[in-house]
Design a protein around this ligand. Structure first.
Ligand code: ADP
Ligand code: MG
Length: 349
């Protein structure tokens, strides 16, 4: 199959929302009246973001989902995408499933694929997304005000729990893995939430690198600090279930395996006592890949946000407050600050 057959067969669809789509040297796009373009790019690299045997349908979903999540965090309505893809071979089974996963999510959000690039090389997926938003209503990271409430959508820690299992850092049961894998492989970008947060949220970001790291970007851009109540955080149900009694202990007991416990302790926390709770904290505060939104809003929006939560059938949880100063303090149920590393995933650290 030639490169152009491949593009025609798997990546060319009607694009009625574009002046010109796939097939020329560039696509021609026009934002609708009163809107500006919101543009974002996210790359998924084999070996870094996924393994070479990853399910192609889910990869197609995720490559677009992580981009949609960025638009959601800007309060932008998705319109178009481009896809740059490097493939080791023209594997038609793989391509059919990948494009099916990509277009299934694209169709859900009215996104048209208007261009891209296709080359042979180590598997690499790079999507750019184009959305629109009235310039003054874009949800920037820099708008948080002292006194604002901090909110998160959905629940946290599920994707990081699944990843920890796939990395061999912990051993989940089949049922537990089945319960948290979708969070990792099929994140649901919070596009509808982003749109209704226009005019309500003072700032927003999507949680790709971990709550504290991503909230940290809001704090930096807004030149403010934050206080988070750990007990208020919405924890993924499967993670919650794993935690009592402490995660690894329980798993080790279930597996009848002193060795598993010791190995995991050593691998994750240098064998320190009480690591179960610490690991739990880490997954929730610094685990990435959840693609929920973290946003701030004036306290006066509390009731409206409860309405929105009900309307979208999506939990929205108030987790803390923006305060004067810098940095983020996470308090336990008795009000004592937790001693936690705040760094999220960083490719170069
Ligand atoms: P050029 O040589 O001008 O870069 P290409 O031959 O790479 O053009 O691509 C031909 C057309 O196919 C262009 O419109 C390009 O945007 C589109 N295209 C290439 N790869 C993809 C892809 N993976 N998905 C969607 N469109 C693609
Ligand atoms: Mg090209």
């Amino acid at each position: 199959m030639s490169e152009f057959d491949l593009i025609r067969r798997y990546f060319t669809r009607a694009t009625p929302g574009a002046l010109l789509g796939v097939g020329d040297d560039a696509a021609l796009l026009q934002a609708s009246e009163g809107n500006v373009l919101a543009v974002s790019t996210d790359m998924l690299v084999c070996g870094t973001h996924f393994l070479s045997d990853a399910d192609p349908f889910l990869l197609g979903h995720k490559a677009l989902a992580v981009n949609l999540s960025d638009l959601a965090a800007m309060g932008a309505a998705p319109r178009w995408a481009t896809l740059a893809i490097a493939l080791p071979a023209a594997d038609e089974m793989w391509l059919a499933q990948f494009s099916a996963g990509f277009f299934a999510l694209a169709d859900q959000h009215g996104v048209e694929l208007v261009g891209g690039d296709t080359t042979r090389g180590p598997l690499n997926l790079c999507v750019s997304i184009f959305g629109e938003v009235p310039a003054q209503q874009a949800l920037r990271r820099s708008g948080a005000q002292i006194g604002d409430d901090i909110w998160v959508s959905g629940c946290l820690g599920g994707a990081a729990l699944a990843l920890a299992h796939l990395q061999g850092r912990i051993a989940l049961s089949e049922a537990e893995l089945a319960a948290c894998l979708p969070a990792l492989h099929q994140p649901q970008p919070r596009v509808a939430l982003g749109l209704v947060l226009r005019g309500i949220a003072s700032s927003a970001i999507d949680i790709s690198d971990g709550l504290l790291a991503d909230l940290g970007h809001i704090l930096e851009a807004s030149q403010a600090g934050a206080e988070i109540e750990f007990a208020a955080l919405p924890v993924s149900a499967v993670l919650q279930a794993c935690q009592t009694p402490p995660l690894i202990k329980q798993l080790a007991i279930r597996l009848g395996h002193q060795e598993t416990m010791t190995k995991s302790l050593v691998m994750i926390r240098g064998g320190r006592e009480g690591f179960g709770v610490e690991f739990f904290h880490q997954l929730i505060l610094s685990g990435g890949d959840d693609y929920e939104l973290c946003f701030t809003a004036p306290a006066a929006q509390h009731a409206e946000l409860s309405n929105i939560s009900a309307r979208l059938d999506l939990p929205l949880t108030r987790i803390g407050k923006i305060v004067a100063g810098r940095g983020c303090i996470v308090r336990d149920a008795s009000g004592n600050p937790l001693d936690i590393e705040t760094g999220g995933y960083d490719h170069f650290r």
